[in-house]
Design a protein around this ligand. Structure first.
Ligand SMILES: [Zn+2]
Length: 335
């Protein structure tokens, strides 16, 4: 029996566990039609469904090699506690990225004020929950909310996660309302810094990416969800050129496989550039683990182990093992 290969566990830096229920569902023509179905699914949730269904999804994450998760949560405070319990049951470290939502969406997503949002965060922290600030997006949070939340996160040394530039419409609306693009607005309101993670950045222009690089912020890419939702292509090469930290997220959980997320990043870039080996497997695995942990403010998190006797690895030269893992295996290779 070959000893398993122990690796740092994968870190899922962006997860909405309830969206696992939407996989395979036909919801209509584009992201915005899918969003309607997503909102209906969100409305259905109770602390009991979160406790039960999140535990199932987190067990799938754990089986796929993820040992820590950043749950980007906008379903309410009781449901936040239920998500934390579910992660405990499944044996996954959780950082509860509590979403701030001022406008749009549905009632259960929203708080009345930043003060109410901070009260919710404090309640979770007092209960011993590891948290991060998560202004949902520039759609959901106006500049005065962003300013207060950015200042709070900096003062408290907390991670700050925010969706930006996932769809062109969000950029058009932001330009119309504020005269700047979403990541420019985040910079203006003090939301960009070394503990910031911008989720997606799919349609970020070069100026926005320069702002991220200057701030030392990270980007979380969620390739299987971005593909499924028709978001576009992640700006992988342009992030790499600027040395911007990259982490991964299972996001809608249409697929739960960190190797697939990492492989998508590299192979999409290969298709575009008509070249190979843009990013070595060690670096990709670091995006999948260390960068995700840093994004969530985790200093330690559990390891995962590779079954070296798995049929996907049969006959592989030991020196090629990491490449064979990233490019030739699925998540069932993890013990
Ligand atoms: Zn998301």
């Amino acid at each position: 029996m070959a000893e398993p290969l122990v690796l740092p566990g994968f870190v899922d830096a962006h997860c909405h566990a309830f969206q696992r229920a939407l996989r395979g569902r036909r919801t209509g023509g584009d992201f915005w039609a899918w969003r309607e179905a997503m909102i209906a699914e969100a409305e259905r949730q109770t602390p009991e469904t979160v406790r039960e269904e999140y535990a199932e999804t987190y067990r799938e994450l754990r089986a796929a090699g993820y040992t820590a998760v950043g749950e980007f949560h906008y379903l309410g405070l009781a449901e936040a506690h239920a998500a934390v319990e579910a992660a405990g049951e499944a044996g996954v470290e959780i950082v509860l990225l509590l979403s701030a939502y001022a406008r749009g969406g549905v009632g259960r997503f929203r708080q009345d004020s930043p003060a109410e949002y901070f009260r919710q965060l404090e309640e979770l922290r007092e209960a011993g929950v590891r948290v991060g600030c998560a202004p949902h997006s520039v759609r959901a949070c106006p500049p005065d909310w962003l300013r207060e939340i950015g200042a709070y996160a900096a003062r408290e040394g907390l991670p700050l996660h925010v969706h930006a530039d996932e769809q062109p419409r969000e950029i058009e609306e932001c330009l119309e309302e504020h005269g700047v693009r979403p990541i420019e607005l985040l910079a203006q309101t003090g939301c960009l810094g070394p503990r910031t993670t911008v989720v997606h950045a799919t349609h970020a222009d070069d100026g926005e990416l320069d702002l991220l690089a200057d701030a030392g912020a990270r980007v979380c890419l969620c390739p299987t969800t971005e593909a499924n939702l028709g978001d576009g292509f992640a700006p992988f090469e342009r992030l790499r050129e600027r040395g911007i930290g990259i982490c991964i997220g299972s996001d809608s959980n249409v697929r739960i496989d960190p190797l697939e997320e990492l492989r998508e990043l590299e192979t999409t870039a290969r298709r575009r550039s008509l070249t190979r080996e843009l990013c070595d497997s060690g670096t990709l695995l670091c995006f999948g683990a260390d960068e995700g942990a840093a994004s969530l403010g985790l200093e330690s998190w559990p390891d995962t182990a590779v079954d070296l006797e798995h049929r996907s690895l049969r006959g592989v030269d030991p020196g090629d093992l990491l490449d064979a893992l990233v490019f030739g295996c699925a998540a069932d290779v993890f013990l």
